[in-house]
Write a protein that binds this ligand. Structure first.
Ligand code: SAM
Length: 285
């Protein structure tokens, strides 16, 4: 059977099933073979790997993954896609299809059951409306994973990879970089999808740190601190923290900044992850 990465096969599948794309599920299916090759290569999938695919759509990328991985678990929310996937993936004995909402799947349990708790790889052309909850959910719930190679909105990829002092730097950059090393693999134009998205896309690989770049006494406090620091970007760090609902006083922030030899007028966007970690421990201590 010809693969779905041939756009003609995708078009035939739409007609065969009279499939109606659902905007609410962020359905933009990949139809470009080169992009699929790039994603698979960047993910570094081998015959040892269990791969989790989020949102297989028609199964275009699933077909590629099934050929290189030991096993693929594909989680799809849209009930209309399940019979189609059962058809397009029928030749692949190593694919398990789950009809679920990815945000509700107990992934720690799944990795334990399917991979003996060893780290998995996640590969996906993500539904953009839930990019951040999916990625942060995987990290925060400590799902054992080696890397995530995912298609996201171009601007989101830029934010994940941004460093201090740039316009894209913010809470998402720090949250992602706390857990993983980001690398933008490729920019992908709208004509590589059907239907075409209104935004540009990019493939980003997030490789989980083996040793975290920073350690803090209280991770939850660190993330509240980071969020408060960027809530009002144009304010000084001191004002953002004191007015941002954190249980800290202006004097405590002033003392911590002094100890870190940072100016009292500094803004959150100038601090590195290491400095946020240090500040978090000083304020928590
Ligand atoms: N992987 C396919 C491809 O590249 O052609 C489809 C990608 S499309 C951008 C996103 C997919 O995620 C759709 O199939 C959509 O139905 C599915 N999806 C959306 N929300 C989901 C959720 N909460 N849980 C699981 N799948 C979801």
């Amino acid at each position: 059977m010809e693969k779905l990465s041939n756009p003609q096969v995708t078009i035939e599948t739409i007609k065969k099933y009279d499939f109606a794309f659902q905007k609410k599920f962020g359905q933009n299916f990949l139809i470009d073979q080169h992009v699929l090759d790039k994603i698979i290569l960047a993910a570094g999938v081998t015959k040892e790997d269990l791969v989790l695919e989020i949102g297989p759509g028609f199964g275009t990328m699933t077909q590629y993954l099934a050929e290189v991985a030991r096993e693929v678990v594909a989680v799809e929310i849209d009930p209309n896609l399940i019979p189609i996937l059962q058809d397009t993936l029928k030749e692949y004995g190593n694919v398990t299809l789950l009809h679920e909402d990815i945000l509700k799947v107990d992934l720690v349990y799944l990795v334990q059951e399917k991979n003996g708790g060893r780290p998995i790889k996640v590969v996906a052309n993500l539904p953009y409306y839930i990019t951040t909850p999916i990625i942060m959910g995987l990290f925060e719930r400590h799902v054992p994973l080696e890397n995530l190679t995912v298609m996201v909105q171009k601007e989101v990829a830029a934010r994940m990879q941004a460093g201090p002092g740039t316009k894209d730097y913010g809470a998402l950059s720090l949250a992602v970089q706390f857990y993983a090393e980001p690398y933008i693999v490729a920019n992908v134009p709208p004509n590589c999808f059907i239907p075409r998205p209104k935004v540009g896309s990019a493939v980003i690989r997030l490789t989980r740190w083996e040793t975290p770049p920073v350690r803090v006494k209280d991770e939850t406090f660190l993330f509240s601190l980071i969020r408060a620091s960027f809530n009002q970007r144009r304010k000084t760090l001191q004002n953002s923290l004191v007015n941002g609902g954190l249980p800290v006083t202006k004097e405590q922030v002033a003392t911590a900044l002094d100890r870190m030899e940072l100016p009292q007028t500094i803004r959150g966007e100038a601090l590195t992850l290491e400095q946020f970690a240090q500040l978090s421990d000083l304020l928590r201590g």
